[in-house]
Write a protein that binds this ligand. Sequence first.
Ligand code: C5P
Length: 329
Amino acid sequence: MTSAAASLECVTARVPAKINLELLVGAPRPDGFHHLATVFQAVGLYDDVTVELAEEWGISIHGPYADLVPVDDSNLAMRAARLLARKAGIDIPVHITVDKDIPVAAGMAGGSADAAGALLACDALWGVWSPRTVLEDLAAKLGSDVPFALMGGTAMGSGRGDQLLPVLGRGRYTWVFVLSEFGLSTPTVYAECDRLRSNRRVPEPTASAAMMTALRSGDATSLGVALNNDLQPAAISLEPRLEEVLRTGMDNGALGGIVSGSGPTVAFLVSDIERSLDLAVALTASGVAPAVKRAVGPVRGAHIITAVPGHRGSFGSTGHPGPTGFRST
Ligand code: C5P
């Protein structure tokens, strides 16, 4: 095991949330997962993951969702850091701080974002500088959505959702998200999807031509029509209030609306920033939306925003990096 001092003391990675523009789900596989044909888009809601040299391993979470996230070894960011340490033969403890703005258990891959951020930040902090393919392999071991959190942009996912191909689409899209007061468990939503389809044959999922055409054209109206999620009926079956949220958004000018991933967040596509404000106001006024956020997509995947050089012998405080490090936003 390596325990040489790292040349950096503190690194922060910024990682976006994702939505699935299309999520087609195959029959359950023997390993409990489902074959997917999905189109991911990274959107501008971010978690910042800071790792700093420490005397022992630890993690803290800040932000409005902090109470909902475990701060022990089950935390996906902690698992990511420890996995990379094992793989690289590193024995340098870190303290991880997550500034969370991605809602928790919301179908926006917030936990996966934290794992991707921890991988990228620890890789730099420890001076491992792994080849991209190594980070991608580790990411896939941590969860189906973690590779996309590294990649960002717009991408097609197959297999469990972890095998990615970038989509060279046009357009920048404006989204309005309705958050829920409750979370939905991803395995429970997949199980409900299987239950609802138990009496019919489920075809192999293949990305739709309508989605690809819409993305190539960059036309938001076509994209709104092409939005499609096989998990949506399951999420609605578990949480019927989502139907009213979807209806309210469409009645108030959205070009399309969809449950995000396994839910319960609902994503609405609108034509521009002004419409996003109008829709956010209408959704809030209607009483169906406990909280609303707005973001554009696609945005880049996990990237380092701050790296602070180390002072040999002194461990970093839990404060956040100052302006002394390089910035590459
Ligand atoms: O890979 P991840 O940990 O994000 O998956 C969480 C759960 O979601 C899995 O345990 C499984 O129940 C479900 N899942 C699935 N098929 C996929 C991805 C996730 O059934 N392709």
